[in-house]
Design a protein around this ligand. Structure first.
Ligand SMILES: [Cu+2]
Length: 66
């Protein structure tokens, strides 16, 4: 499980963009987003850095938690 704080993920559109970006690098990934806390939990076998890069490339600023 990878957990990211993404403070610039602020609405449903952002949520969809982040989810899409993660699934592009891991189609099996399970993405759980809490907009209220700007948190994305990603259940994936990929390296944390791979998921992080995908989110950055989508235009967001993730900070790793855990
Ligand atoms: Cu948005």
């Amino acid at each position: 499980m990878h957990v990211f704080q993404i403070n610039d993920m602020t609405c449903k559109h952002c949520e969809a963009s982040v989810t899409k970006a993660v699934k592009e690098v891991d189609t099996q990934a399970e993405v759980t987003i809490d907009l209220a806390t700007h948190t994305a939990k990603v259940n994936s076998n990929k390296e944390c850095s791979v998921i992080e890069k995908a989110i950055i490339d989508a235009g967001f600023t993730p900070t790793r938690q855990l």
